[in-house]
Design a protein around this ligand. Structure first.
Ligand code: ZN
Length: 465
């Protein structure tokens, strides 16, 4: 991995995301080893003789983006489940395809996903559920080689339902309770603190209906004992609410509270179907919500109550979800959607500003990862996870407010350079740790093979000659 003893990024428009949200025109960031040691005006840092110097003229210099809800395995499913209803999407496409994965598919999909994330400015992510058949070890090795910072969550489950629908899971997606717990614990023991501390291992609770109340309680207890964090989809579909009601709970968070799930060490993905008491419970316990606007719109899941959550103090971050539900892992485009959708839903253009969305994608993500003292902003002493975004672009001109241009007008294609833990992963739009051409060729071949192995045909709506 391209690492240098010192790195100076100078002459940029530095969006620090520090507690004062200081922005520095003609600013610089000085990195030594894996840490930021100074953030200031370029002329105040001049005199330092860094081993590598990058001129960031016309660029935003900002914390790396943090995607808190990613399915690495779904990158290989891009385009395989468009414009279909949710049950069809899950039962006849996504589960069938993922349930036919080989270990090599799992590794190839993870590399494809990470190449896209790095190219579009994501430096850290939460992978929410790794099935044994995707090859946890191979994926962790791929993260180590790619150089990203990641929380990798091992699926834990003990039944075959999905919310209030019993026994509907595709056989290839089912795991046994003891085996799933054992693999989570062995991967934790193996990878804890490896890759310079870039990799965390979490529990990925499969979903309501696939985890019994006993298993929920057991995982919570293990999570506390080992210091392992947890993530789970919550309230993405109304079926989740029906599940809680069948169990005699008035809402989803009263069920989650009884299981011991609420608190700062869990990330709930989606959080769409939540009532007033739910929002209060999440705020009081500082339980994290990963907001996934593209996925919620594409699958018509509904609209998460993000403006209310922000007002109440629920920790909110952003997630791209997966290849069949988004269909990109581009956090800059996700920020744009998050900033737009709530205005339309609430008929009020003042809810959720560009600045609030940028907070979700940076410092909010750091909170979700439990790393807010280490990443999420550009401050002396923090780890050097940062990106340069090229704003010298016809679509980003003129530039009276670069933060507005970033959220409302840019895309991941504008990202120029990516640094994680002090190492350059992309420089001047060239990936340094992953071979993009090889990854694309392999992904195309593997998707074709996977579709045929799974017996899934993707019909194009128009004739292809
Ligand atoms: Zn998801």
């Amino acid at each position: 991995m391209p690492t240098q003893a010192s790195l100076l990024i100078k002459n940029g428009y530095v969006v620090t995301m520090n507690p004062e949200r200081r922005i520095i025109r003609d600013g610089a960031v000085l990195v030594e080893d894996n840490k930021i040691i100074n953030v200031d005006k370029t002329d105040r840092i001049r005199g330092h003789h860094a081993e590598t110097v990058i001129n960031a003229k016309n660029m935003l210099v900002m914390p790396g983006l943090i995607d808190t809800h990613v399915h690495l395995a779904q990158a290989l499913l891009r385009g395989c489940a468009d414009d279909v209803a949710l049950v069809d999407w899950l039962k006849n496409r996504v589960w069938v395809l993922q349930g036919n994965f080989t270990l090599e598919d799992g590794r190839a999909s993870a590399k494809l996903c990470m190449a896209e994330m790095i190219r579009t400015g994501t430096t850290s992510f939460v992978e929410c559920m790794i099935h044994t058949r995707y090859g946890f070890d191979g994926i962790a090795k791929a993260v180590e080689e790619a150089g990203m910072r990641a929380a990798l969550s091992k699926i834990v489950m003990d039944s075959t339902g999905y919310a209030d629908n019993p026994d509907i899971m595709y056989p290839g997606m089912v795991e046994e309770k003891e085996a799933s717990l054992k693999e989570a614990d062995s991967m934790f023991a193996k990878w804890r603190g490896k890759s310079d501390g870039r990799i965390q291992i979490w529990y990925g609770l499969r979903s309501l209906g696939a985890v019994s109340t006993d298993l929920f309680k057991e995982v919570v207890q293990r999570s506390k004992a080992h210091g392992m964090r947890m993530t789970m989809h919550l309230g993405e579909v109304l079926d989740d609410v029906r599940y809680a009601k069948q169990k005699n709970y008035p809402n989803l968070t009263s069920f989650a509270k009884d299981m011991g799930l609420l608190g700062p060490s869990i990330v709930f993905a989606h959080g769409v179907h939540l009532d007033d008491a739910d929002l209060k419970n999440l705020a009081e316990t500082k339980s994290n919500v990963s907001h996934c606007p593209a996925s919620n719109m594409k699958l018509a899941s509904g609209f998460a109550r993000i403006p209310e959550m922000l007002r109440l103090g629920v920790p909110v971050s952003l997630g791209c979800d997966g290849g069949p539900s988004n269909n990109t892992y581009d956090m800059i485009r996700e920020m744009r959607l998050a900033a737009l959708m709530h205005k339309s839903v609430q008929n009020n253009p003042t809810v959720v500003s560009a600045e609030e969305v940028l907070e979700m994608a940076t410092i909010g993500g750091a909170v979700a990862l439990g790393l807010e003292t280490k990443i999420g902003s550009l401050e002396s002493g923090k780890l050097a996870d940062l990106i340069l975004v090229d704003m010298r672009d016809i679509g980003l001109t003129p530039a009276c407010n670069p933060v507005s241009n970033l959220v409302y007008a840019a895309s991941g294609k504008c990202v120029d350079t990516v640094v994680v833990n002090g190492s350059l992963l992309m420089k001047r739009k060239h990936l340094l740790t992953l071979n993009e051409a090889e990854i694309m060729d392999e992904a195309n071949e593997r998707q074709t093979e996977l579709l045929s192995r799974a017996g899934v045909r993707i019909e194009t709506k128009w004739p292809v000659g």
